[in-house]
Design a protein around this ligand. Structure first.
Ligand SMILES: [Zn+2]
Length: 278
């Protein structure tokens, strides 16, 4: 158990969901607004994950280029996080805590695989590339299984969860920084823009998460855990967009990045859009 965590035994409030079985309780008074929702702000702010993922899927599929299944999977995991985290904060039950935390671990693994392997798995890939791609996927699955077992059998070790989640995310981000700085890509500016949005938003999110957990009595009114949800949704979206542009470029697909929007989108070049409309 990490030292700054509020022990759930110190909060006896009970509502619809009964006894708190989660190993965590967050900086928000329980059942303050509803008999059915333990943490109102922390629950409803999770809808941002679902909204961002649905927007990203819609924005892509309404254009010429379809969202590749590997990125669709990541956005579906983001929806799972939103639903799982909503239920966790609403109930403070251990099973829903797992529904929140396990997809968080899986999404980092999917993002890491996407950061490393940038080509489409098809006949243009040579045998050694195919083997490496599948080996990489198999390693991610094994790590995911080990993480699942640790979460199931060692629930008291929240620090292990933080270490696994943070560690994989760090490796993934280092890959992206590397690709954004030394790349000879014609999309270098776009790469930098996306990686900066991803990392700055995540650092801000981590900052508010730390403040919320360490200084809860002084900052409770700011509902900082809700800001963690907003900022990480923004960060994940730009992390995925970065992997997407590397992927599209590696596979010779033309595109433009619309970074002027709140949530960056990837669109076909103007001439392709025009020919679609005609
Ligand atoms: Zn949360």
């Amino acid at each position: 158990m990490v030292p700054w965590r509020v022990s759930n035994t110190s909060l006896p409030a009970q509502g619809y969901w009964g006894k708190i079985t989660a190993t965590l309780d967050w900086c928000e008074p329980n059942y303050q607004h509803s008999y059915y929702i333990a943490e109102t702000w922390n629950s409803f702010s999770n809808l941002v994950y679902v909204a961002v993922a649905l927007y990203a899927i819609w924005a892509h599929n309404s254009k010429v280029t379809k969202l590749h299944p590997r990125f669709l999977l990541v956005y579906l995991l983001l929806i799972a996080i939103g639903i799982g985290s909503f239920l966790f904060h609403a109930s403070l039950l251990r099973e829903y805590q797992l529904f929140d935390e396990l997809p968080m671990l899986y999404i980092t693994l999917a993002a890491l695989h996407g950061s490393i392997f940038t080509k489409i798995f098809d006949n243009r890939m040579c045998l050694s590339e195919k083997i490496l791609f599948l080996l990489g996927a198999a390693i991610m699955v094994v790590i995911g299984l080990v993480e699942t077992l640790i979460q199931l059998y060692y629930p008291e070790h929240y620090d292990w969860f933080l270490l696994m989640f943070g560690g994989i995310l760090l490796v993934c981000d280092l890959f992206q920084i590397y690709r954004s700085t030394i790349s000879q890509s014609k999309y270098k500016k776009e790469r930098r823009n996306l990686v900066v949005k991803n990392i700055v938003a995540f650092l801000l999110a981590f900052g508010v998460w730390l403040i919320d957990n360490n200084l809860c009595p002084y900052v409770e009114v700011l509902k900082l855990h809700s800001w963690w949800h907003f900022l990480t949704a923004y960060s994940v979206h730009h992390n995925i967009k970065f992997s997407e542009i590397v992927f599209l470029e590696a596979n010779g697909i033309d595109f433009v990045v619309r970074s002027d929007k709140l949530l960056a989108t990837i669109e076909p070049p103007a001439e392709k859009l025009k020919s679609k409309e005609q």
